[in-house]
Write a protein that binds this ligand. Structure first.
Ligand code: COA
Length: 316
């Protein structure tokens, strides 16, 4: 049986980073570091430079993922890129990345699932590798999210940041519960709740309380579903790498799994919510600093506009 394994991870953050106080001063916001950090855990975020595109950031993250896997770009059969902030309707941002990496074969396309985009892209890429449509795939989450923020709306503009993360998936024929592979992905959406988190007139609008309420219950059920599908118990999970929207939601999921806080990868304090980029950025950080080791069981989960939500289990 063919499955896919995460062979490399990479991340990219724009050079410019603003603290809550710097952001408030720059955009003349009636807010405070205390309000933002107590409710969300966010202390700073990166902001893309003028002219720095979603594809630029994605390509930088992809290059690190390739290097970590010891792979040449010519190995890549497919690029699947999740973003809510594509550089244009077409060409897709994935195809722009393909060109930047000098890849002129295979296929590339974007996925739109807001903050759940990376889990969706991982699910699609894993299914395509299992089906034999490609042998290796770059799965990327990349966002220039600060370009769709309303800087007069303090309820949303303090929450998001820019960046990109990537993983290289390779086909593997290894079998058995201890083998390195993506074990399963679980994707959901429910358009009835589309209006609580949406882009309207080009800018993000959110009913924060409503989103919070859905997040805790839907993430919990996706996590239960992923564990049950693999006959695993929560005590089998070595790392939780959650979507990074809000530290209170992240802590609630860590408690649900009975994981000590040092087993939960957190970047929201420094990155804020980078939407589809948040999980692969967190994976890249935890692989780079040696926390996640080959063989470790990693649980990922995310929720975002749509509503969309989902979970993935992978043995690194
Ligand atoms: N600084 C200061 N005050 C702010 C503020 C800010 N940045 N943003 C909102 N407020 C004010 C509101 O105006 C409101 O004031 P009022 O009571 O005078 O009207 C008050 O704070 C409470 O607003 P509310 O939106 O109810 O706050 P909250 O406690 O729900 O916290 C969030 C807001 C956004 C932090 C919280 O709802 C949240 O994290 N939700 C989940 C969001 C999320 O994860 N989204 C991404 C999913 S991918």
């Amino acid at each position: 049986m063919v499955r896919s394994v995460i062979a490399g991870t990479g991340g990219y953050l724009p050079a410019r980073s603003l603290t809550n106080d710097e952001l408030a001063a720059e955009f003349n916001l009636d807010t405070s570091d205390a309000w933002i950090s107590e409710r969300t855990g966010i202390r700073r975020r990166h902001i893309a430079a003028p002219g720095e595109s979603t594809a630029d950031m994605a390509a930088a993250a992809a290059r690190e993922a390739l290097a970590q896997a010891g792979a040449d770009a010519s190995e890549v059969d497919a690029i699947i890129l999740a973003t809510a902030t594509p550089d244009s309707a077409f060409p897709s941002t994935a195809t722009r990345v393909q060109e930047k990496l000098g890849i002129h074969k295979g296929f590339s396309f974007d996925i739109s699932a807001a903050c759940t985009g990376f889990v969706y892209a991982l699910g699609v890429a894993d299914a395509m590798i299992r089906a034999g449509q490609c042998r290796s795939a770059l799965v990327i989450g990349a966002e220039a999210f600060t370009r769709i923020l309303d800087w007069t709306d303090r309820g949303t503009c303090v929450l998001f940041g820019d960046g990109a993360g990537a993983v290289l998936l390779r086909a593997t024929e290894e079998e058995g519960p201890a083998s390195r592979a993506i074990l399963s992905t679980h994707l959901h959406s429910d358009g009835r709740h589309g209006d609580i988190l949406q882009v309207e007139g080009g800018l993000v609008r959110m009913a924060g309380r409503e989103v919070f309420r859905h997040a805790v219950s839907k993430l919990a059920s996706a996590v239960d579903e992923a564990l049950a599908a693999n006959g695993l118990d929560k005590s089998d999970v070595q790392w939780l790498v959650p979507h990074q929207a809000n530290l209170r939601i992240i802590d609630a999921m860590g408690r649900k799994l009975g994981l000590p806080s040092e087993r939960v990868v957190v970047t929201v304090d420094r990155h804020a919510n980078t939407s589809a980029a948040s999980i692969p950025l967190a994976l890249a950080e935890a692989r780079r600093d040696g926390r996640i080791q080959p063989g470790d069981l990693v649980l990922m989960e995310a929720i975002g506009g749509g509503l969309t939500w989902g979970a993935a289990l992978a043995r690194f």
